[in-house]
Write a protein that binds this ligand. Structure first.
Ligand code: DC
Length: 222
């Protein structure tokens, strides 16, 4: 069994940025479970499915296979033999993933892949149900959050910097909708595990948050 760090929290809280930095400092493998849900979402979009048609999504799970590879420590996600790591970052894919991840069959499909990785390696794994469901015995559990307005502003700045046109109010509304779906679905909803440490990154720098998590890890390793 590896040493496991679970980071859960809503979209845009900074989980992947923080987890990658902690992975670099500790030498642990960073596992982005959202990327796995996004890869399956690419499959559902390619099949022409509507995000509201949950039975069609359930059926389409059968023809999808997702795996993970690491190249120089960077996670690549493979869907039916094809590297979809770049494709999965589209907004449309994130929205489909938020809908299709409510389907129990979709979650079942990824559960073993996630647990096997954590079993074999020291990992820092981020997602929505890692501390509550996937790795209930993780040595360190973090619930990383930030206000909706902070997260919307970060997303707006990120897209603007890339030269993409976007609307702040639309992003704000999208985040609220995604939070609602992630927190209120029946299977493995996003919530803080009882033994998780709550970190609100709204008014804190990235390096402050990384330091706090590093302290938690060091305390557990003593
Ligand atoms: O973290 P992300 O934005 O890449 O995740 C995309 C969607 O996948 C998210 O809206 C909910 C779902 N997801 C999930 O249900 N469970 C996880 N462990 C990770 C992601």
């Amino acid at each position: 069994m590896g040493f496991n760090v679970a980071i859960d929290g809503p979209a845009g809280a900074g989980k992947s940025t923080i987890a990658k930095l902690v992975a670099k400092k500790t030498g642990f493998i960073y596992v982005d479970t959202g990327a796995m849900y996004r890869a399956l979402a690419v499959h559902f979009i390619e099949e022409g499915l509507d995000g509201e048609d949950l039975s069609a999504i359930e059926r389409a799970c059968q023809s999808a296979s997702v795996s993970i590879q690491y190249e120089n420590g960077v996670q690549k996600v493979i869907l039916n033999g094809e590297d979809v790591s770049a494709l999965i970052r589209q907004e449309q894919v994130g929205n489909m993933a938020s809908k299709s991840s409510t389907v129990p069959k979709v979650r079942e499909k990824l559960l073993e892949l996630q647990r096997n990785l954590a079993d074999q390696e020291d990992v820092i794994m981020d997602g929505r149900d890692i501390g509550t469901n996937i790795l209930p015995n993780a040595e360190v559990k973090i619930y990383l959050t930030a206000s909706v307005s902070t997260r919307a502003k970060r997303r707006f700045d990120e897209l603007t910097e890339k030269g993409e046109r976007c609307d702040y109010d639309e992003i704000y509304h999208d985040i609220e909708e995604r939070d609602y779906r992630d927190m209120n679905r029946e299977t493995a909803p996003l919530k803080q595990a009882e033994d998780a440490i709550l970190i609100d990154s709204s008014d804190r720098t990235i390096s402050e948050v990384v330091s706090e998590i590093m302290n938690c890890i060091e305390n557990r390793r003593k």
